[in-house]
Design a protein around this ligand. Structure first.
Ligand code: XLS
Ligand code: NI
Ligand code: NI
Length: 442
């Protein structure tokens, strides 16, 4: 145990919406049963290692501002990694988040060779196993960082040089083994640099084939070692590259179909990535369920006026309620969870700011869950939707869908029939209805 977060009590408790205690939950009540499940089991919160413990506030215009003593070039890199991990698990334990997520390079320093890096990771995985056992924390997913090191400047699987593909494949194998060892519930691939800066030097067809091959190798290996978690791709349209191949859920679905990976690979949907690709968060969730490729969520928020991945903590109950609604409607998070892929603003330099950020995010998501559960339970949205499509359950709709009508038979029908009757889409009424659920959710 360390005592890095000394100003924070042993455990953040639930005190209810009337509480003014800033270091308490007002909505997230882990044991409260909502729609047949404990809140903790519905929401499956995870803390991400990278933004919370591995980032010191550096941005493109300035250096680190945050108090992260384990960062910043110690002679004893492994000792620093262990101090960082002790603080991370102190945080997880005090917050009461059931899960964590990591990149291999977040938790272990990189050695001077592949072999050395692998050994360092193994040592830190042992260390993590001890902390997990002690605190009861579980691993939502692991992932390999194949974008920070200069060797990946031209991508990993989509690199023009097969040596890089080979290196990346080795790295994923090692990280998947490590994830498996820690009982990880999923494994994520975010294609950090799997895209291009300019088409002038890019052969898109080749790069897509390479990526298809890479994922197939990962899937084959997963089965070989008996890893039962989901393999997840995290769509993102751009940043750092100008174009990323896993642009959005629809692009990922098309890709999976093309390389025969549907059923094997699912999606980790990030709220801020959804908005960057020009969609609402709820859209991406609904698209994933409709295609049968929903996996997990990176919960965060963008900024309406900033066009990049600003990774704020979620604060909008409305945005999150609509996303949570689609999640519940689709059957819930399954083996996925809500990972806060979110970071503090760089002026938030007090140690307890990390708690305030997560408490706010967890309360926002918990409130969104309450709204979504009520909406679903009352059938408020579902009734309006099914009424709107009622015609498709009747004779004409059934004949069209059943293949009993042709273009010619429909032409005859139009020729001899009346003008179709229009009905209201009721958008504003539906929006007001959602607002009422948000106001009333308790
Ligand atoms: C970056 C991604 C990244 C993944 C994990 O934008 O969100 O943090 O979640 O590699
Ligand atoms: Ni992101
Ligand atoms: Ni993410």
């Amino acid at each position: 145990m360390t005592d890095f977060f000394t100003s924070v009590p042993e455990r953040i408790g639930f005190e209810g919406p009337e509480s003014d205690n800033a270091l308490a939950f007002r909505w997230y009540d882990a044991d409260r049963v909502v729609a047949g499940r404990r809140m903790e089991d519905h929401l499956r919160f995870a803390v991400c290692y990278w933004h919370s413990f591995n980032w010191d506030g550096l941005d493109i215009f300035g250096g680190g501002t945050l108090d992260r003593p384990w960062l910043g070039g110690s002679d004893d890199e492994l000792g620093a990694a262990k101090a960082k991990m002790a603080a991370a698990f102190e945080f997880l334990d005090k917050l009461g988040a059931p899960f964590w997520c990591f990149h291999d390079r977040d938790i272990a320093p990189e050695g001077s060779s592949f072999k050395e890096s692998a050994a360092l990771l193994d040592e830190m995985i042992d260390e993590a196993a001890g902390h997990m056992e002690r605190t009861g924390t579980r691993l939502l997913w692991g992932t390999a960082n194949m974008f920070s090191n200069p060797r990946f400047q031209a991508g990993a699987a989509t690199n023009p040089d097969p040596e890089l593909f080979a290196y990346a494949a080795g790295q994923v194998r090692h990280c998947l083994d490590a994830t498996h060892r820690l009982g990880g519930e999923n494994y994520v691939l975010w294609g950090g640099r799997e895209g291009y800066e300019t088409l002038l030097n890019t052969d898109m067809g080749r790069e897509l084939d390479q990526l298809g091959r890479f994922l197939t190798l990962v899937v084959e290996y997963k089965h070989e070692i008996g890893f039962e978690g989901l393999i997840l791709i995290e769509p993102k349209p751009f940043e750092p590259t100008k174009h990323q191949y896993d642009f959005d859920v629809a692009a990922v679905h098309a890709f999976l179909q093309r390389y025969d990976l549907v059923g094997e690979v699912h999606t980790n949907i990030e709220v801020n990535h959804a908005t960057l690709s020009g969609h609402d968060f709820a859209h991406e969730v609904a698209a994933a369920f409709a295609a049968g490729i929903f996996g997990s969520i990176d919960a965060n928020a963008g900024d309406d006026r900033l066009g990049w991945d600003v990774d704020r903590f979620p604060v909008s109950v409305e945005q999150m309620s609509l996303g949570m609604y689609e999640i519940l409607r689709g059957g819930g998070l399954g083996s996925g969870g809500l990972n806060f892929d979110a970071k503090l603003r760089r002026q938030s330099i007090a140690r307890d700011d990390l708690f305030h950020a997560h408490i706010g995010g967890m309360d926002t998501m918990a409130r969104a869950l309450l709204v979504a559960a009520e909406l679903l339970d009352d059938g408020a949205i579902e009734n309006a939707r099914s009424k709107r499509y009622a015609g498709w359950d009747q004779a004409l709709g059934q004949r069209i869908l059943g293949g009993e009508e042709t273009l010619a038979s429909l032409h005859d029908r139009a020729m001899n029939g009346d003008e179709p009757v229009r009905s209201s889409g009721r958008q504003e009424a539906l929006e007001n209805m959602v607002a009422r659920y948000i106001e009333r959710a308790r």
